[in-house]
Design a protein around this ligand. Structure first.
Ligand SMILES: Cc1cc2nc3c(=O)[nH]c(=O)nc-3n(C[C@H](O)[C@H](O)[C@H](O)COP(=O)(O)OP(=O)(O)OC[C@H]3O[C@@H](n4cnc5c(N)ncnc54)[C@H](O)[C@@H]3O)c2cc1C
Length: 397
């Protein structure tokens, strides 16, 4: 993010999304956040809260103010009995591992990269892979937020439960999260194995593969017979330093789970009921060979445990996530729109931080708590300070 005084330019990680907010303001204190929210309410502009801008969906573009939460960083406290840890919301995921290890703790899971903020990961349901492992949103046990009226509220299952449920996956539209308490576990080491296997064989035994280890995923590149499979499991062996290449690492969880994604791309990801995963991939594969032979970017296949988060794509169902990608310099629209029809035909729900083209009506049909989420939202932000144009379009009539 860049700040040019009064004239600010913002772009997301891929560079595909941009905006000219009236200001980009670094915030690290309650007072700083409160004064921005109250000024916006008074002045009639919107405020969006940015993590590290890794979302492909236009959650952040606004002509109002963007809050840059990078100064809001660090581990606040741990609770060894409840096995929870409280982080300031702007803490990057890669900055969680070492401080947690110092307390003998580790995150339950994490995604492909570790550059995002905890606040952003929670607000969009960011996840890793593992049939028994849920998303960041599902691991949250308590949140403290600054609401649009300037008040600070702490919510959990016990206190303000509706606000908590809405804020567990908030799209940045409930309040500005100051601190998040998340479930952790004792520190653990992981060893990964990577191999090539014909895609047909992987799909035939995908249930066996996903059950065999704590984390299983594969990437398949169009035109290839074989998929690149990766299994990661807990080990009692000591770390092996230097860690070596992806696919061969043995180390602490935060050293083995994240990878580097250096090539800018866009991504669409859908969560389908786990039993639909293999057939859905088969159709996406046919779509690629039949209509988009020039796409060179892979399909990624992962699993997520069912949860009870109001807006979670894994809500009340064991889930397979299927991601498709395209280079930033190419127009992905037609490919993604065709793929979206396939994902939808298998009961797919979109990742909140990745590309999708759904309307509010379609999302309402997907989520039994959709209108309740909006009701809670409107109660705390009746004039829509925390909505940008895209989110406003999703609002139920
Ligand atoms: C290379 C790459 C790899 C990725 N890998 C994965 C993956 O493995 N698994 C996965 O599930 N997703 C993945 N994603 C998607 C990514 O995790 C999500 O888009 C996530 O939201 C990005 O976090 P962020 O900090 O960049 O948030 P941003 O994109 O900056 O913001 C996302 C949302 O969070 C809200 N938000 C951020 N901070 C706060 C706060 N303090 N209070 C209130 N709201 C807040 C924003 O308002 C916005 O609505 C990946 C994305 C990229 C580009």
């Amino acid at each position: 993010m860049t700040d040019h005084g009064n004239k600010a330019t913002w772009t997301n990680w891929s560079g595909k999304l941009s905006a000219e907010p009236k200001g980009i303001v670094q915030v690290g204190t309650v007072d700083g956040i409160r004064s921005e929210l109250l000024a916006a309410r008074e002045g009639g502009w919107t405020v969006r809260t940015a993590g590290t801008a890794h979302s492909h969906y236009p959650l952040l573009p606004t002509d109002g103010v963007l809050l840059d939460t990078r100064p809001l960083a660090g581990l606040v406290s741990v609770d060894g009995e409840a096995m929870t840890a409280t982080f300031r919301a702007g803490t990057k995921i890669h900055a969680c591992g070492r401080p947690l290890l110092d307390h003998g703790m580790g995150l339950l899971n994490q995604g492909d990269i570790d550059q995002q903020s905890i606040g952003g990961a929670i607000a969009t349901g960011t996840h890793g892979t593992g049939i028994n492992l849920g998303s960041f949103s599902s691991a949250v046990t308590q949140l403290s937020l600054v609401l649009v009226d300037g008040s600070v509220v702490t919510c959990s299952n016990e206190s303000e439960p509706d606000l908590f449920e809405a804020a567990r996956l908030s799209l940045g539209a409930i309040g500005v999260v100051l601190e998040a308490t998340i479930q952790v576990r004792e520190a653990y080491r992981l060893e990964e194995h990577q191999w090539l296997e014909p895609l047909d064989s992987v799909m035939e035994r995908v249930d066996e593969l996903t059950r065999a280890t704590r984390h299983f995923e594969y990437f398949w590149w169009p035109g290839q017979d074989r998929a690149v499979c990766k299994s990661i499991d807990i080990t009692e062996e000591p770390p092996r330093y230097p860690l070596g290449k992806e696919g061969q690492r043995l180390g602490w969880s935060f050293e083995v789970l994240p990878n580097q994604r250096l090539n800018p791309h866009t991504e669409m990801e859908y969560s389908v009921p786990s039993e639909n995963g293999p057939s859905c991939v088969e159709e996406i594969k046919d779509l690629l060979s039949g209509h988009y032979p020039d796409v060179e970017w892979p399909i990624e296949y992962r699993t997520v445990a069912a949860d009870d988060v109001w807006l979670s794509p894994a809500r009340e169902r064991s889930t397979v996530t299927i991601s498709i990608h395209e280079a930033v310099e190419n127009d992905e629209t037609s490919y993604y729109q065709d793929a979206e029809k396939i994902f939808r035909s298998y009961g797919g729900r979109p990742h909140w931080g990745k590309v999708h083209y759904l309307t509010g009506d379609q999302l309402e049909a997907d989520y039994d708590r959709w209108t309740q989420w909006w009701r809670v939202r409107e109660d705390v932000d009746p004039t829509g300070v925390l909505l940008n144009d895209r989110l406003s379009q999703l609002r139920p009539l």
